[in-house]
Design a protein. Structure first.
Length: 101
């Protein structure tokens, strides 16, 4: 079994609410501001997204075909920009990035 570890640093946009975590299009849990969550997944290539309401990040591919742990961060844009972008390009309000290989 492989693990996806997702940390959500502080960001004003949506900070009082959970972000939903999606792996391969399936809701696997939530991550709250300044918290880290672990999700067990099979050894394979997975697609990871986070969402809140209508804003859903662009999928990030994570290769865990050899097992191990992928450490990711679920971030948001700078606060004023995120308020604007949530209505214009909701897929850009949140994003998932790798924090280590």
């Amino acid at each position: 079994m492989a693990t996806i570890e997702i940390y959500r640093p502080f960001g004003y946009f949506g900070c009082a609410r959970n972000l939903k975590v999606w792996v391969d299009g399936i809701l696997v849990g939530n991550v709250h501001t300044k918290r880290t969550e672990l999700f067990k997944v099979s050894d394979a290539v997975h697609s990871v997204q986070v969402s809140m309401d209508w804003c859903k990040s662009v999928p990030m591919k994570v290769d865990l075909s050899n097992g191990g742990t992928s450490v990711l961060a679920a971030k948001t844009l700078w606060f004023p920009a995120s308020l604007f972008i949530a209505f214009i390009r909701p897929s850009r309000a949140f994003f998932v990035v790798s924090t280590r290989a």
